[in-house]
Design a protein around this ligand. Sequence first.
Ligand SMILES: [Zn+2]
Length: 282
Amino acid sequence: MLWDCHIHMVLDGSDWKTALARHRERPDDRWIRRVLETYRSLGVTYLRDGGDRWGVGKRARALAADYGITYRTPLSPLCRAGHYGSFIGTSYGDMAEYAALAAAQRDSGADFIKIMISGLMDFHQYGVLTQESLPPEEIRELVAVAHGEGLSVMAHANGDAAVEAAARAGVDSVEHGAYLTSRALEAMGAAGTIWVPTLSTIGNLRGKGRFPEAAVARILDSALENVSAFAAMGGLLAPGSDAGAWGVPHGSQSEIPLLRQAIGSGWEAVLRRGADALQARF
Ligand SMILES: [Zn+2]
């Protein structure tokens, strides 16, 4: 993989609490350099980080040139208080607070804004998300405010409602995108939204015994089907492993085979087009 469009430098693919503790005092340069060296050795030239509030992605961006890597970071991801994301991001209580944070991120050198607008997949059972997504009008405002700061927007989003609303709001990329129907897929296609389906977060759970295998298989099948349908409608798909998430170590080689399986013939051209589009915006 030449590019990984969704990684978490601050995380290590296993225990997130231990991973975050590593950087509590200051970003751990030894860790960051080891991870960057892993990517360099694999021929990776572009990394887009999902962000963290300890400055680990920011430090990685400063060191990445030593490894021939272009590195993009949103600095800290922004999440609504009480919703998913506070373990790694900065929380806002209302839209005024969000707008102030977005402006502060820009002033601090963020390459883009990362928002969290829905929960996670519950890998114990097919079709279940851990919490409700933000309402569509709120999603629209989050994207508009970030665009108003002159920054692109990466959205952590699962489920039809959140993804459709994000696409209609003009979000630049949708991350994960579990459980979509043709409504959301068509909305993304029409808007030119880049979808980074992070299939490794599901595929790498196979055979691990952490979640019921039947549920994991069904969730993966539905994701593969949606990626296949989106590719068939000419949608923009970019490769991002979500490295750092559980079961996805940095340098994991699972994303491309899964995307290839879903897209079928012409997969290389599809991914190159999506990655080009993503790098033009991020
Ligand atoms: Zn992620």
